[in-house]
Design a protein around this ligand. Structure first.
Ligand SMILES: NC(=O)c1ccc[n+]([C@@H]2O[C@H](COP(=O)([O-])OP(=O)(O)OC[C@H]3O[C@@H](n4cnc5c(N)ncnc54)[C@H](O)[C@@H]3O)[C@@H](O)[C@H]2O)c1
Length: 410
């Protein structure tokens, strides 16, 4: 794959002007959904570099990450005179960057594209790493290609109009990034606003934060698992008030009243975690599986929710993190304090999707169907500690039921 330039924008107009100037092209197209066309396009449409751009619009939300929308984009590119030397700018959340990246990668066998993510989830996750695609045949991301955007421009300006739920949805992926790295911010000393790779050596530090240090035990549920009595018989590890790495800062951040400057710094750190991993393993043969933490159980929750009341991707990931951190504690010796602080944060902000014992067979079935599995086993990415990543782990159905009991109780 061609390398990807991730630009932490200090001055959006300059970043975009430079990125466009670096890519030779004979026509410029900007893809939006009908919400980002109204809320985000006006911010960049006034820039001189965007004056020549022709706008293509698709309908918002994941139900429109479809073959029909893709065909619409191809048709519009054709109608508006795009050639194989044209350039596309995807302006939107993960739906737009995924679909737009796929449209650009396939139109006339591929034209270059720039991503400008406008949701927190797409800033820290979807816009970076070259996974593009659409949903098909009722399955998410069923058809697509790996192909990097030439440039990704990250700017938190767009988050001003994003609702709380979508902020929280993206924040769950930031929590995941905080869990898979023990690296502290390099921006704390370097200042906000540089293009960089985060390759600071990781050292294991237990995250501690005042916030969420106690567990609410008022509400107990009856366990469904036959292993229930084994619950939390994991090696105890005392809380240690040490330096606060990325996870600690995430757990202490006031997400209800986000300071966009501080959030911007955390976004830069978070995306650096993803970028470092996808650069090392672009096509998910090994360490990229670290990014699947929370996603085996998370996808099962997301699919179950689709059958009832859909939840945003990041909410499902947050619930998946609860299950998989529990498994990490039981099977890998992940520190209980850190797990409890993280799940308390999740409980406070994300609530809990209602699940009963009767849902366990369906959740297990969904986990068995996960794309990441090989053969009959359910594959997880777990942690031995913050930043101590254990890919290709399996768990028995009893262990997973036990973790689901914990999820219902936390
Ligand atoms: N490629 C990857 O590596 C990767 C990783 C994670 C998720 N994804 C994909 O990302 C998609 C989810 O992305 P998402 O959560 O950004 O959802 P989304 O793109 O559907 O955006 C959510 C909603 O927010 C609106 N919106 C976007 N920017 C806004 C802004 N600045 N102000 C107000 N409203 C705004 C959108 O119009 C939409 O209604 C899914 O399709 C998922 O599969 C891809």
């Amino acid at each position: 794959m061609e390398p990807q330039k991730v630009i932490i924008s200090r001055q959006l107009e300059q970043s975009l002007t430079d990125a466009i100037a670096e890519i030779p092209h004979d026509g410029l197209f900007v893809l939006c959904d009908d919400i980002t066309r109204d809320k985000c396009l006006p911010i960049i449409a006034k820039y001189r570099c965007m004056w020549p751009a022709k706008c293509i619009t698709i309908r918002a939300t994941d139900t429109h990450k479809s073959l029909e929308s893709l065909a619409h984009v191809w048709s519009e590119l054709q109608r508006l005179g795009a050639t194989r030397h044209s350039l596309m700018v995807n302006l939107g959340g993960g739906m737009v960057t995924d679909l737009g990246g796929f449209a650009a990668s396939t139109f006339k066998r591929g034209i270059p594209y720039i991503n400008i993510p406008t949701t927190l989830l797409s800033l820290v996750d979807a816009s970076v790493g070259g996974k593009t695609g659409i949903n098909f045949g009722g399955l998410k991301n069923e058809v697509g290609v790996f192909n990097n955007a030439t440039a990704v421009i990250l700017d938190t300006t767009f988050l001003r109009t994003l609702d709380r739920e979508n902020i929280l949805s993206g924040y769950a992926e930031m929590l995941k990034h905080g869990l898979i790295t023990a690296t502290d911010s390099i921006l704390a000393t370097a200042g906000h606003g540089s293009t960089r790779n985060n390759n600071v050596a990781a050292d294991n530090v237990i995250a501690t934060a005042e916030h969420g240090s106690t567990r609410n035990n008022n509400h107990r549920v009856l366990p469904c698992s036959s292993m229930a009595e084994k619950k939390l018989h994991v090696s105890p590890r005392p809380a240690v008030a040490e330096e606060i790495p990325m996870l600690g800062r995430l757990l202490a951040f006031d997400i209800e009243h986000p300071d966009l400057m501080e959030l911007g710094r955390m976004v830069a750190d978070s995306v650096a975690v993803k970028q470092r991993i996808v650069t090392e393993d672009p096509t998910e043969q090994g360490i990229r599986k670290a990014l699947n933490l929370g996603h085996t159980a998370g996808h099962a929750f997301e699919s179950l929710a689709l059958e009832r009341h859909p939840v945003l991707h990041g909410y499902a990931v947050a619930y998946g993190l609860v299950v998989e951190l529990y498994l990490s504690c039981v099977k890998m010796g992940f520190p209980q304090d850190t797990m409890r602080q993280t799940v308390t944060f999740i409980k406070e902000y994300y609530g809990r999707m209602a699940v009963t014992c009767d849902d366990y067979p369906r959740l297990l079935e969904l986990m068995h169907h996960d794309k990441k599995n090989v053969g009959d086993t359910i594959n997880f990415t777990l942690l031995g500690d913050v930043g101590d990543i254990r890919i290709n782990q399996t768990a028995t159905e009893d262990e997973i039921k036990d973790a689901l009991d914990f999820y219902r109780e936390f």
